[in-house]
Ligand binder design. Structure first.
Ligand SMILES: [Zn+2]
Length: 129
């Protein structure tokens, strides 16, 4: 997997690096990665750094320390409430399923359920500032 960082207007050795240079470099990275064979990608005995060097030695390879990868969503009941109170009250009433408002986080698929009393309370709190 390759990830494209945001272009931050860095400078190359021979002068200013433009958006177009950056896009070129990105296309090259995609093409080089695409040239890796399935055997290389699945080879346990091939260290990832070695594969990087094979693919990108022409451009120079710098490996950073790895960081753990975790699925984390920053949603919370508080955040969802804050979104709910930003809507007109009538729209919230329309969202009700039975007595409850259920909001599903689009990122992590967690459901937040608020009953009618809870909805009343958060709107009263919001109205009183
Ligand atoms: Zn979430």
């Amino acid at each position: 997997m390759v990830q494209k960082p945001a272009f931050a207007g860095f400078q190359s050795i021979d002068g200013e690096t433009t958006d177009a240079d950056f896009e070129d470099a990105w296309r090259r990275a995609i093409i080089f990665l695409g040239s890796a064979t399935n055997d290389e990608l699945l080879d346990d005995s091939l260290h990832p750094h070695e594969l990087l060097f094979r693919l990108f030695s022409e451009d120079g390879v710098r490996a950073f320390d790895s960081s753990p990868f975790a699925m984390k969503c920053r949603c919370s009941a508080d955040r969802v409430q804050n979104v709910l109170v930003s809507f007109p009250r009538e729209e919230i009433e329309d969202m009700k399923i039975g007595e409850d408002v259920v909001v599903t986080c689009e990122f992590c698929n967690v459901d937040y359920r608020f009953d009618a009393d809870h909805i009343d309370t958060i709107f009263k709190e919001a109205a009183s500032g």
